[in-house]
Design a protein. Structure first.
Length: 213
């Protein structure tokens, strides 16, 4: 589905990026329900009437920016999953990707967290399914390939192991970008992000790898 109108897609890059940045900032700070299209328009230096010529509803604008950010990450995830490297190395690269995404796109990470706070359950369900399907399928395939190669344990379903990996990545993401989780992480005196990614990789891999007696 095209959430942006043809008129928006025909804008020059500078103006469209200004609108996107304003929307991401507003949604990340206020959440979907409290976000205000007047503030978004003011921050983007356009009229609210123009904003609704580019996006018919606030929901369309929200979905557009959510999927724009997700597309960037999906491309990078796809490249990692396609590499001819060991399962452990793929997990390490995914952990590092999580770190770098938080560093390079912090407001998008906050925005994903805000999805869980919106009261619109149908919207949450739709977006979660749209955003997570690609990543979940990729992680399950990563686990299955490792099981077939004898790298990863086979006594538990690939889906459960993939969910555990995904949940760890999500918690890392929140611990680096969301205020509550950042303060929570400080209680544990964690090391620098890249070292943290290496440590988490070791923990995850020690749980996933095939044990030989």
């Amino acid at each position: 589905m095209e959430w942006a109108t043809k008129r928006f897609r025909q804008l020059d890059s500078a103006k469209s990026q200004r609108i996107i940045a304003a929307a991401v900032s507003e949604f990340a700070e206020k959440g979907y329900e409290a976000a205000n299209t007047n503030r978004i328009a003011n921050a983007a230096d356009i009229s609210v009437g123009s904003l609704f010529q580019y996006f018919k509803t606030k929901e369309d604008l929200f979905r557009y920016v959510i999927h724009l950010g997700a597309g960037i990450i999906e491309t990078d995830i796809g490249k990692i999953l396609e590499k001819e490297i060991s399962g452990r190395d793929k997990i390490k690269e995914l952990m590092l990707l999580t770190i770098h995404a938080c560093q390079n796109y912090p407001e998008y990470q906050q925005l994903y967290h805000e999805i869980t706070a919106t009261g619109n359950r149908e919207l949450i369900r739709d977006i979660a399914r749209e955003l997570e399907t690609y990543a979940s399928q990729g992680l399950i395939e990563l686990i299955r390939q490792g099981q077939e190669r004898g790298e990863i344990r086979t006594d538990l379903p690939a889906e459960v192991l993939a969910f555990t990996l995904d949940s760890t990545m999500v918690m890392m993401q929140y611990s680096l970008t969301v205020a509550y989780f950042k303060d929570r992480a400080r209680l544990y005196q964690l090391v620098e992000p890249n070292d943290f990614a290496e440590q988490m990789t070791e923990i995850i891999w020690s749980s996933l790898k095939q044990q030989y007696s």
